[in-house]
Ligand binder design. Structure first.
Ligand SMILES: NC(=O)c1ccc[n+]([C@@H]2O[C@H](COP(=O)([O-])OP(=O)(O)OC[C@H]3O[C@@H](n4cnc5c(N)ncnc54)[C@H](OP(=O)(O)O)[C@@H]3O)[C@@H](O)[C@H]2O)c1
Length: 241
């Protein structure tokens, strides 16, 4: 099987770590970005130097726009060939409880975090007979925490979509999800904030990105696994101390 993957939001943070990791495993990569064009090109150059026999391309798309979303898979296939893996990682994380949520904020979160993965999955499935899809959700989907209401609802919906897509596209395409917990501070936040957030979770410390990368390996290697959710949250989903 060709090893061609697309990672959305690949230029920074968790998406970049996933890109670096998949590159070490021999994957050719479409590094999707929206605003971080420079970071995406820097990553592409770095990976191309390090792995000269693999192919790394960048593709821009605003996943808040239906047209861009609908064109992303086809533009990627034109650049790199048939895709066998889709990692739906790009996301926005906007603070707002239900009463403060405007229709614009609600629609933005649903569009970027849920509708765009929906249509990326649909378009991905049209171009391959054999593939793996990984949706990045969030351990918050197990709670009714309302501080980021539209975000959390979008990720709850993405998890439901994971199971439905796993059912519809079986046996050729496997669809699974990963739910990180306290991983990285939000942009602008500090390492200290992160440790405070982790104080009450069972493992009592932030997990970093490594558990996510190990879960990605597990999903890729276990070819009977579909419709499943792997928590990378130090046990947060079972309760806080
Ligand atoms: N960080 C954590 O601790 C944590 C915890 C739980 C779950 N997660 C999940 O893990 C994933 C990665 O988290 P992260 O913190 O690394 O994400 P992030 O830095 O907040 O965002 C990742 C990327 O999403 C892209 N993005 C945002 N709006 C977009 C748009 N309109 N169109 C296209 N791309 C857009 C951005 O690309 P550009 O920069 O190119 O615009 C951004 O670099 C997310 O799905 C998140 O929900 C993270």
């Amino acid at each position: 099987m060709e090893k061609n993957a697309i990672i959305t939001g690949a230029s920074k943070r968790i998406g970049k770590a996933i890109a670096n990791h998949l590159a070490t495993k021999g994957w050719n990569l479409v590094l999707h970005y929206n605003q971080s064009g420079k970071e995406a090109t820097d990553l592409q150059n770095k990976l191309s130097l390090k792995y000269p026999h693999q192919n790394f391309v960048t593709v821009k798309a605003n996943l808040g726009e239906t047209k861009d979303t609908n064109e992303l898979i086809i533009s990627s296939v034109n650049e790199i060939g048939t895709l066998n893996m889709l990692v739906n990682n790009a996301s926005i994380f906007e603070e707002s409880d239900i009463k403060a949520t405007t229709s614009e904020l609600f629609e933005r979160n649903i569009q970027i975090n849920f509708s765009s993965p929906f249509f990326l999955i649909q378009n991905f499935a049209k171009q391959t007979q054999n593939g793996v899809i990984i949706n990045i959700v969030d351990t918050r989907i197990t709670t009714n925490q309302n501080s980021h209401a539209a975000y959390t609802l979008s990720k709850k919906a993405l998890w439901e979509l994971t199971k439905m897509a796993a059912f519809e596209y079986s046996p050729n395409i496997r669809v699974n999800a990963i739910a990180p917990g306290v991983t990285l501070p939000p942009p602008g936040g500090s390492e200290n904030d992160l440790w405070q957030m982790a104080e009450k979770i069972p493992m009592q410390k932030p997990g970093g990105i490594d558990p996510i990368l190990k879960s990605i390996d597990y999903i890729i290697e276990n070819n009977h696994l579909t419709g499943q959710l792997l928590f990378c949250d130090g046990g947060e989903n079972i309760g806080k101390r």
